[in-house]
Design a protein around this ligand. Structure first.
Ligand code: BDR
Ligand code: CA
Length: 317
């Protein structure tokens, strides 16, 4: 299997941590860098959390840059009710001694994409503010992105609102820019996001593992289970990273998609035209100016779970 050169854009975030751990540890991912954005919590906390996750992964000196401090238009609305006051489970993990890259996120994106000899896959698992700003600031560099595999959106229901998924809802204007950028886009959205999960028993087993990344992941998952009183925790954002390197475990469908940027109850929804060919031809109303997006609609849940477990804990059986 060839190595995939990858950049993550994160708002770490408990499930972003699962994605970062996996990308840092998987032997077929060349993790070029990580950009941070305002989302689950404020961007400075996102940076601090991301550096802690890299410590837990025992990762080399991967550049991490600070990005947007708020969405393009609206105010920041954080998801601390899900991810804790510190955005990462309130575990009082020691601050990292790693340094933050001195470049802004969009400059790091430009430099990594321009400097890579291999095609670069961009995996944003957060609101798309950094990516939209990058596309606007450096359109020539943006043309060199191989593909974007993003966690966001839904071809069915929302979570932040009845209609909208959190990452898209946090910055719909940024999402609309990204969806219409012309870069090939795969959307790993809420249709599949919740499905690969880890049980309390598996979390306890990870925590008692010999491997530091596994212990860290186990602690995070157990804290999350305790706080929310749930039986299983989704691996969430990790799924988008897995889909980038193991497409055979996922099935996708091509849809015409529009991001709703109106101020109404549909704000932030990714409206996917799922009508069959007959209805689409028969009915007079089409989506106006849609983007064509490959949407992940199904996955091999057990294989995706095992892929994560065995990457985080080499001795997992
Ligand atoms: C998304 O929002 C965040 O809370 C998660 O990290 C994930 O990226 C799910 O809607
Ligand atoms: Ca996220």
């Amino acid at each position: 299997m060839d190595k995939t050169s990858m950049i993550l854009d994160v708002d770490t975030g408990i499930d972003d941590a699962y994605a970062v751990l996996f990308a840092a540890l998987h032997p077929n991912i060349n993790l070029l860098g990580i950009t941070c954005v305002d989302g689950n919590t404020n961007v400075d906390q996102v940076v601090a959390n991301t550096l802690k996750v890299l410590d837990a992964a025992g990762a080399p000196d991967i550049p991490v840059a600070r990005g947007a401090t708020r969405p393009l238009l609206g105010p920041s609305v954080y998801a601390e009710y899900v991810h804790g006051a510190d955005g990462m489970g309130d575990l009082s993990i020691e601050r990292s001694s790693r340094t933050v890259d001195s470049r802004a996120a969009i400059e790091l994106l430009r430099d990594l994409i321009e400097g890579s000899h291999e095609p670069v896959t961009l995996v944003p698992v957060a609101p798309l503010t950094n990516i939209a700003l990058f596309l606007r600031a450096f359109p020539e560099s943006a043309k060199k992105i191989h593909r974007i595999l993003l966690m966001g959106g839904s071809a069915s229901a929302g979570n932040a609102t009845p209609a909208a998924e959190f990452n898209i809802w946090h910055d719909p204007e940024a999402a609309a820019i990204v969806f219409h950028s012309g870069v090939p886009i795969t959307m790993y959205g809420l249709d599949v996001f919740m499905r690969p999960g880890i049980t309390q028993q598996e979390a306890a087993k990870l925590r008692s593992s010999q491997s530091r990344p596994a212990q860290f992941a186990g602690e995070l998952i157990e804290a999350f289970i305790a706080r929310l009183g749930i039986a299983t925790v989704t691996l969430g954002d990790y799924g988008a990273v897995a889909a980038a390197i193991h497409p055979e475990l996922f099935s996708t469908e091509l849809f015409d998609v529009v991001v709703d940027t109106s101020p109404g109850p549909g704000r932030g929804a990714t409206i996917c035209d799922r009508r069959d060919a007959f209805l689409r031809d028969f009915e007079p109303i089409s989506l106006e100016n849609p983007a064509t997006v490959s949407v992940v609609m199904d996955l091999d849940v057990e294989a995706v779970r095992q892929l994560w477990l065995k990457t985080i804990d080499k001795g997992w059986s």
